[in-house]
Design a binder for this molecule. Structure first.
Ligand code: SF4
Length: 490
């Protein structure tokens, strides 16, 4: 329910399992919160790769029957929100291509900061791109590598790309998982019987009954093949920069990542917030659902009772998946209802996870006032956001951030609340049990862990390279089918 933040994508991969497609399909349901614009699965029978991709949530985009009688033992899956590349079926992943070494599929979570430069270079050498995503660049680098061994070629390609990338690759022989050297985005290894799997979050592994083994390390490449898991480093160790927003907002509360359990981490955020921004109040409520754990933490830290002052309509998508600003504001009113029986005549602490553009916060506060809240004390579980993100989250300019438009002293008035309190950066870091200095906090402090080329803004290739696809074309034809040949060049 955060104020307009969206992130690109959730990943899954599995090798050596006769139910590979089924596990990929159900895992994508667990990762649905990471992207609702499109979903896809690519699977192999050891000879060829087939893929199914569609627009919308998993239930709209895919069915298990899509693969028919195709017998696969390995698969990768992807749910997408577009932060680079247009929101159309062409850009839904996995991307499958045929090149000199055979077939390969890739799915990507993150954003490359040098994508525009690399794409221009590749195009000047003759590459023709079929999508407007930065993810396809990786495949072109791979195809142009002189290395004989494909994993060496992949390692070389990975050393050319900069920014945030967790990746899963599928070939007829293996599944490979990769994390960027800073570890911006998560990727976790699991084991299901004799087969190994990969997922962006542990909740996907839980769903299919897989045991969680460990995270893919930043700068590590793991190869899943028959009954084995091979690991190699492709980049030297460097300072880690895990995206702190994964823990504040993106990840599901029942997941564990970056060495933290998300619910417990958010509880600590709430406790710290109660310490930094104490207030005399009657009740603590959460903006559901991502702030619920933190509101419980605020209750624990302050002793103020926690109640449900907002009820969310769970039949709506998360606000951040709505691509247009006007839609986001309207959806707040459809999605949330304030409860007068909890709020009327009371001094209310309302906990939210972040304020980005500020477009939905005022609407939420008005709902509380209308329900009779006597005082409203807004508490935010992260610091003010002053800087854009270039690593796969969709606030792309300083201008769109409310912290740069409304001075801190005027925020109370702007949001029509009685007080407002943001967690400090030190407070935020202090909640991490595992490597508190190993997080990216660039959107708060402007210290970008991977240099962003001057004049580079989040790549939006649809401006210069994009192509329109009819909205009627909601599902891509199966790879290898006759229709696929008429649909897009491979
Ligand atoms: S800039 Fe902010 S949102 Fe982007 S990766 Fe860093 S912490 Fe995450």
């Amino acid at each position: 329910m955060s104020d307009g933040i969206k992130e690109a994508c959730g990943l899954f991969g599995i090798y050596g399992n006769p139910q590979a497609v089924k596990h990929a399909y159900y895992s994508l349901y667990a990762l649905q919160h990471r992207g609702e614009e499109g979903a896809g699965i690519a699977a192999t029978d050891g000879r060829t790769i087939r893929d199914i991709r569609g627009m919308g949530q998993v239930s709209e985009a895919l069915t298990l029957e899509d693969f028919g009688a195709f017998e696969s033992h390995a698969a990768i899956g992807h749910v997408r929100y577009s932060t680079a590349g247009a929101s159309d079926i062409t850009n839904v992943q996995p991307i499958v291509v045929q090149y000199s070494r055979g077939e390969i599929a890739v799915a990507h979570n993150g954003n490359l900061v040098n994508a525009r430069i690399l794409r221009s270079k590749l195009e000047s050498k003759g590459s023709i791109f079929r999508t407007s995503t930065d993810s396809e660049i990786i495949l072109h680098l791979l195809a142009s590598s002189c290395q004989v061994n494909w994993l060496d070629a992949l390692a070389n390609s990975l050393n050319e790309i900069k920014g945030a990338f967790s990746l899963v690759f599928l070939t007829p022989d293996e599944v490979v998982g990769v994390r960027d050297p800073q570890g911006f985005r998560p990727l976790i290894i699991g084991k299901l019987g004799d087969s190994y799997c990969l997922a962006s979050e542990t909740c996907a592994l839980d769903l299919i009954g897989a045991e969680v083994l460990r995270e893919v390390e930043p700068g590590e490449m793991v190869s899943l093949s028959k009954g084995s898991l091979a690991s190699r480093r492709y980049a030297p160790p460097t300072r880690h920069a895990r995206c702190i927003f994964e823990l504040i907002y993106f990840a599901r509360a029942d997941s564990s990542l970056f060495g933290e359990h998300v619910h417990l981490f958010r509880e600590r955020l709430g406790q710290k917030l109660a310490e930094e921004h104490a207030v005399d109040a009657d009740v603590v409520i959460a903006v559901p659902h991502s702030a619920t754990s933190a509101a419980i933490g605020y209750h624990q830290g302050s002793g103020i009772p926690f109640e449900q002052g907002f009820i969310a309509n769970t039949y709506m998508g998360r606000t951040f998946i709505q691509p247009f600003q006007g839609q986001r504001t309207r959806y707040v009113n459809i999605k949330l209802n304030a409860v007068p029986q909890v709020l009327k005549g009371r001094k209310v602490v309302v906990v939210d996870d972040s304020i980005v553009r500020g477009t939905t916060t005022a609407s939420k506060m008005r709902l509380l006032r209308k329900a009779g809240a006597k005082e409203i004390h807004l508490r935010i579980t992260c610091p003010r956001l002053y800087h854009p993100c270039f690593y796969g989250v969709d606030f792309q300019s300083k201008e769109e951030l409310i912290a740069n438009k409304v001075p801190a002293d005027n925020m109370t008035e702007f949001f029509e609340v009685d007080s407002i309190g943001f967690l400090s950066i030190d407070g935020l870091r202090s909640c991490a049990r595992c490597e508190p200095e190993g997080f990216c906090t660039a959107c708060f402090d402007g210290k970008y862990p991977v240099p962003v080329p001057i004049n580079v803004r989040q790549m939006s290739f649809e401006e210069s390279h994009g192509r329109m696809v009819s909205p009627l074309l909601r599902k891509a034809p199966a790879h290898g089918s006759e229709a696929a040949h008429n649909y897009a060049p491979r």
